[in-house]
Each structure stands twice: as C-alpha cells, then as structure tokens.
Write a protein that binds this ligand. Structure first.
Ligand SMILES: [Fe+2]
Ligand SMILES: [Fe+2]
Length: 184
C-alpha cells in the first residue's frame, strides 16, 4: 500500500496506485507525490501585494462557490435526485478544499468572510449556474497565474485552472453541450 500526498492541498491518499486526481482538491496526478518526497512549498512563502489581493479574491470565489454547491445539493435532494445531489456535494467538498488552500496562503491574515448562497430549485439551472461560476473561476485563476511572480503562487493557480476546467467539462456533459460550443 502506498501513501500519496498532494503538493497543492497537502492532504494524503492511501492506495495501491496514484489516483488520477487528488481526491480532496482535484489537482491532477502530477501533483500527487509519494509521501516521502512531499515538501511544504508554502514554507517561507512571502506573497507580493498583487498575489495577496488575488488570493483574497480567490478565497471569496471558493467560499461563494462552496456555499452555492452546498445549497444546490440540498435543493435537488428535495427533488429526490440522488445523483445530482451527490455531484453537487462532491463539488462542495472540492471548493471547500480550495478555500483551505488559499487560507493557508494567507496564514494569519485570513479576512473574516461569511458568504451565503441560495441555489436554484432544479438541476439544469444549477448546472448552468455551476458552469457560469466555474468559467469565472478559471478565467480569474489564469489571470492571477499570469500576474504572479512567485513560483508557488503560479503553481497553485495553474493547478486550480486545471481543476475548474474539469468542472466546466462535467457541467457541459450534464447540460448536453459539446466541448467548445458557446453557451446560450
Ligand atoms: Fe489536493
Ligand atoms: Fe475551486
């Protein structure tokens, strides 16, 4: 049995093979390293003002998206839709993990934010809203990546562009939208 630890979120996975994605934050498999190779890449990290501002904004995005998915899971459960509930619940967990990643960046200077969101009553509207949110997140992380000068910040923003892009693909599958087809 092996233990793989994620260099993006820091959580560990026990299993016989390396997972294709971190089960916690969704980072792609190249970020899952054998535990003995793992290093805390946040150690000694000093953020530039530009990155700090972007990380604070990123934290807000993640908390808002986590709150939206939590509400979506509750709403669709009322409809008796267990599959959709389970997907939104999984997305809630991933986005909550992303919020933790950014909180670790901000160390002792995490702003107090309490974000509440109310999702739609039906599954399709929630997938559409998910797609809208994931597209905003992806664009923002790409811009934050491009603006960052710190290697670690660039690495994390890039990893999250990949994860949120996976969520976009998932949403499109559920909405029956072909890849690269514009959303009406
Ligand atoms: Fe992770
Ligand atoms: Fe996220």
């Amino acid at each position: 049995m092996n233990v793989y630890r994620c260099i993006i979120c820091g959580d560990s996975f026990i299993g016989s093979v390396r997972p294709s994605n971190c089960p916690f934050c969704g980072a792609h498999e190249q970020y899952m390293v054998k535990i003995e190779k793992w290093q805390d890449l946040n150690e000694g990290l000093e953020l530039t003002d530009v990155t700090r501002t972007n990380v604070e904004k990123a934290l807000e995005i993640e908390l808002s998206n986590a709150a939206f998915y939590e509400s979506a899971a509750e709403k669709v459960a009322i409809e008796g839709e267990d599959e959709a509930r389970s997907i939104f619940r999984a997305l809630f967990k991933v986005e909550s993990e992303h919020a933790s990643v950014f909180k670790k960046f901000l160390k002792n200077a995490v702003p107090e934010v309490d974000i509440k969101e109310v999702a739609f009553d039906n599954i399709k509207d929630n997938f559409k809203e998910s797609l809208r949110r994931e597209e905003i997140a992806t664009k923002f992380y790409q811009a934050a990546h491009d603006q960052a000068t710190e290697t670690r910040a660039k690495q994390v923003f890039k990893a999250l562009v990949e994860v949120e892009s996976d969520h976009i693909a998932l949403d499109k599958e559920h909405l029956g939208i072909e890849e690269n087809q514009p959303v009406s």
